[in-house]
Design a protein around this ligand. Structure first.
Ligand code: AKG
Ligand code: FE2
Length: 347
């Protein structure tokens, strides 16, 4: 028997993408304790065992969770409260800081992933504002709401703290690839890093829609906080099963993005993931996307390629890649939006 469809058709996923089977968390993604790192920002003293854990997680899953990461639980509470307060505002209030064609920062409620509308609302914040228009025409000036009070200060503090963690992870991952720890930092001098606040309200047809459709993150890595509702599903590499990422209080979920997959010439995986929603509870998450400067040309690193392992990708401009992706996310297009497979060389 068919079920009653209560949501707008724009949200309904094609049959093959509907969130039917999700395996429990029993054999979930790796959990890595960062307490062996010293509290200063130098990661070169990281023990071999930690690097081996990072290497295995990036290679086999492209996802892991971290605890003892240095971001204070008080700050997480403060951010979560401010986020809930903002999304509880009336629509007309939220729309005062709505994204538009010129400026893709602030509030948005109609994002599409692969041409199906996501069951979510977002608020985007750039970590480092830039005076001029970006080389690919992006305006990088934040839009701040007047309410809730202190919203801006909270998320500026949050972005700073999480960015510090993102750089430590970037350096750890570089070490795990036998590169000097700061080898990749140069690509982030004018970084495009973005903080996104996601809000998923309860949905009357959770088996027909997705909070975020199946996708891979384009940047270098993502540092994501989620509340205790659960709903993030990761596609397991070895069998393609969808695995629910178990909420762990105050932990961050880390995933390798497309940029690392290309830099590492496919040694590391940018895993597909999606967000399932439910009919009872709302959910918030806060991804911080560590993204290279728009002017970065992304290609497999020389140190990680040789005659036996030649470059598997052609070079592409990071800025143009995300510009094209953003255009496809703002509205429904008739064509598939751009993926790194477009740059894959025939082997
Ligand atoms: O909400 C989540 O857990 C993940 C969201 C996500 O994948 C994204 O915003 O790129
Ligand atoms: Fe994502």
């Amino acid at each position: 028997m068919g079920q009653t469809v209560l949501v707008d058709q724009a949200f309904v996923q094609p049959q093959e993408h509907r969130p039917k089977t999700v395996v429990s968390d029993a054999d979930g993604i790796p959990l890595i304790d960062l307490s062996p790192l010293s509290s200063d920002s130098d990661v070169t003293s990281a023990p071999e065992t930690l690097l081996a854990q990072v290497e295995a997680a990036c290679r086999d899953w492209g996802f892991f969770q971290v605890i003892n990461h240095g971001v204070s639980p008080e700050l997480l509470r403060k951010a979560e409260a401010a986020q809930r307060e903002f999304f509880a505002l009336p629509d007309e209030e939220k729309r005062k800081v709505r994204q538009d064609e010129q400026n893709a920062l602030g509030y948005y409620e109609a994002e599409h992933t692969k041409n199906v509308r996501d069951w979510k609302e977002v608020f985007d914040i750039i970590a480092h504002e830039q005076e001029e228009i970006d080389v690919v025409g992006l305006v990088l000036r934040n839009k701040w709401p007047l309410v809730p009070l202190g919203f801006r200060e909270t998320f500026e503090e949050y972005a700073k703290s999480v960015e510090k963690l993102a750089f430590r992870l970037l350096e750890l991952i570089a070490l795990s690839l036998n590169l000097p720890s700061k080898k990749l930092n140069i690509f982030f001098e004018k970084a495009n890093s973005l903080l996104r606040l996601n809000y998923y309200r309860p949905c009357p047809n959770p088996d027909l829609v997705l909070g975020v459709g199946c996708h891979r993150d384009p940047g270098a890595l993502t540092v994501l906080y989620q509340d205790n509702t659960g709903g993030l599903d990761v596609k397991r590499q070895f069998d393609g099963e969808w695995i629910r990422v178990k909420p762990i209080a105050d932990a961050f979920i880390i995933n390798v993005g497309d940029t690392f997959q290309v830099w590492s010439n496919d040694k590391y995986t940018s895993a597909e993931h999606r967000v399932s929603v439910n009919s009872e509870k709302d959910r918030i998450s806060i991804p911080f996307f560590l993204q290279p400067a728009s002017c970065t040309n992304v290609r497999p690193l020389e140190e990680l390629t040789d005659e036996k392992n030649p470059a598997k990708y052609n070079e592409y401009s990071y800025g143009e890649f995300i510009r094209a992706r953003k255009d496809g996310n703002l509205k429904k297009l008739e064509v598939q939006n751009i993926q790194i497979d477009h740059f894959k060389r025939a082997q």
